[in-house]
Design a protein around this ligand. Sequence first.
Ligand code: GDP
Length: 319
Amino acid sequence: MTPTTRIFVAGGDTLPGAALLDLLPAEEFGSLVGVGPDEPDLTDALAVNSFFAAERPEVVFLVGGPSGGIGLNRARPADLMLANLQVATNVLDAAHRYGVRKLLYLASSCAYPREAPQPLSPRSLGTGPLEPTSAPYATAKLAGAVLCDAYRRQYGSNFITAFPANPFGPGDDFGADSGHVIPALIRRAHEAAKHGDSVLSVWGSGTPRREFLFSRDLASACLFALENYDGDAPLNLGGGTVLSIAEAARVVADVVGFRGRLAFDTSKPDGAPLKALDSSVLRGLGWAPATTFRDAVEETYHWFLHHVTEGVCRERTTV
Ligand code: GDP
């Protein structure tokens, strides 16, 4: 890519999309198309087609489609699956027809089989049943990955697929019920500290483990992969920190200044017991995350304090 390459971040309103829109100009890739109000509705095939016909992007980061935490996956499985299928089919079809030179499709680690050997390797994709709480969303993400592969095989398209670790960061969905674990806990710990509560409720048993990745590091991994990887096999984007939910909640509580105790609400689902990625291919190419988990939580909390509690801008809408 050069500074004049026409780049489209499909899904600029998502967490990784917003991080990419910050990162790309900072890395001198300033010829962005379809930013903000200029981005078409990715679930609308005609709008996507017209956009590609007019703007002719050369490189696409396909990071769009709604996502949410375990709460949203249970409440709105059909909305999540449908929108993610539409986004993948509309954008991949248009990218193919309008000759996009390189495309990175961001899938989700939910698309790995629930019982696959850990750390998760792309070889395990499609080898077993998915975690039921997120299966509709994950099936849509898997379909997008398979469609990328199909375009590669049939047309030789340079479409690569990447599976990220659990991202969080500024601009996240801080909804207590809809958000992923880190932003949801930031909000709950903040409220608990503000009200002087002695107990912070954490969903599930606290024992599941997740690999967390700061959204700015995820954007950097996406850019690195787009520039350095052309393989058929999907690429895992990880190398972040693997923590139990209880450990992660303690860091959040500490950063937010909540001094009470954690209470694990086992009426809420645990989801998959462990999701850690084998990111040896990416690491072997020379990429590593730059931000520690604690620093990432601090930066995310500061964003929350400034933008959500002070109402500087609206929170991200998920579906
Ligand atoms: P997942 O990786 O798709 O399961 O993503 P989530 O971020 O939704 O959940 C990760 C884990 O965090 C699960 O074991 C949840 O039970 C646990 N968890 C603890 N508190 C919360 C919370 O407030 N919100 C969410 N979403 N998960 C929580």
